[in-house]
Ligand binder design. Sequence first.
Ligand SMILES: C[S@@+](CC[C@H](N)C(=O)[O-])C[C@H]1O[C@@H](n2cnc3c(N)ncnc32)[C@H](O)[C@@H]1O
Length: 481
Amino acid sequence: MSLIDRAEARRKSALAAMDPSEQAALGQYFTPYQAALIIAGLPRIPQAETIRLLDPGAGSGMLTAALADRVRAECPDATIDVIAVEVDKSLRPDLAETLSDIEALGNVKTRLVGEDFLTWALRSEDRFDLIIQNPPYAKLQTGSARQNLLRMAGIDVPNIYAAFLALGARLLAHNGQQVAITPRSWMNGTYYSRFRREFVDTVGIDGIHTFESRSKVFGDTGVLQEAIVVSATRGQRPDKVQVFTSHDHRDDASVRSVAYNDVVTADFIHVPATEKDAEAVAWMTQHAHHTLADLGVTVSTGRVVDFRSRDMLHQERTEGAWPMVSASHIRNGQTSHPVGAKKPEWFHAAPEVASKLLVPAGAYVVIKRFSAKEERRRVSAGVWNSDDAVAFDNKLNYIHHNGAGLELPIARGLAVFLNSSRLDNYFRVFSGHTQVNATDLRQMRFPSLEQLRLLALVDTTSQDTIDAAVENVMNAVEIAA
Ligand SMILES: C[S@@+](CC[C@H](N)C(=O)[O-])C[C@H]1O[C@@H](n2cnc3c(N)ncnc32)[C@H](O)[C@@H]1O
């Protein structure tokens, strides 16, 4: 059996012996060997006399085995120094066996550090040429000792996996590379913005591997996160990023070379896996420049949670009831109400409760937060405009002006833009999930007020007309400017 086969056998037996509650607490989702080969295949192997490797949260040692095997094959004469850090005592016999297997490759020194990686990394003076990791996934409790320790070191992250990434980047030697498989959540959104900024200031992303199938990579471990592999080099900024895409970890990947600035921007990391994705990002970066805040408007999530407000929701209109607007009222870019939906379409409550849950009469843009699988679009928006106050379901986001309605042409223009194919194509690259969160909308860029007023004149019943108008208006104003 090869080194990798033996490591895979150990991974499987370690996984089988695990207590599921412990497994979740320590984020113990081990990398299957085919995925390990993809991850270990991503960095360049440095040509040096000594190559220093680190595996934070090493588990049974699958990733170290895959990387050391590759380094030995490509640099037969180099000395390899390996450090594997693993906090869980019960995994150490398996890890120790993998490390001694790796030593048998010849000219390899290994060290097993049986400690918490966070505290070890914060005091370690060691620096590494290659770091490979599949870090644990666990939320960091606000105010916990662990979070405080990280904050004192300038690391402000909501999940331990990002702390592992940040510390890994700090432990790299100049030109050292880190490759990691993680969820995609750090690539956009406000929770990770501080981390992202430090990360892309310290390292240059040079390779990304995405999997089209969300759930299959860790299929035998129960993880359903959307996983992504990123390799990055300390102190470098390449002109291009190699973006690999495969269906899951078992089939061949296609590769594209994408301009660095189309992947790494000040606000997000985009992963344009296809030509179409790259074009969607490039178009948006070039044409849309205004956040909702720049436009003086705000996006919020609907206030009425149906299961908490059952007694206020009614199927039939009753005296003094207000419209209850939910996702089923947005169709083809329009809102209509009532439509005879299964869910209650009317809201009635005592004035003191109603004043907290209703929004005043006026024009709003309502956007579905969830798209059904069979829906063609991820983003669907409509304009709600009425002389009555209204209740918005919590499964909608709505755009307003300081809690009140928008100027009608601005609402119409925003809905046209949100319903355009350009926006939908962009959103698919920008967001790793199918939900349309208010935080996503806050971060995205929109046309100017002037452009929105022009878009408001469009007939919104046809996708072709919407798309042509967005094209014309956004290009024309740019030429004029
Ligand atoms: C997602 S698993 C990956 C294991 C292995 N690298 C692999 O790819 O198969 C994360 C590993 O990190 C370990 N771990 C969790 N928290 C840790 C910590 N604070 N310090 C060191 N290791 C930790 C877990 O016990 C687990 O073995």
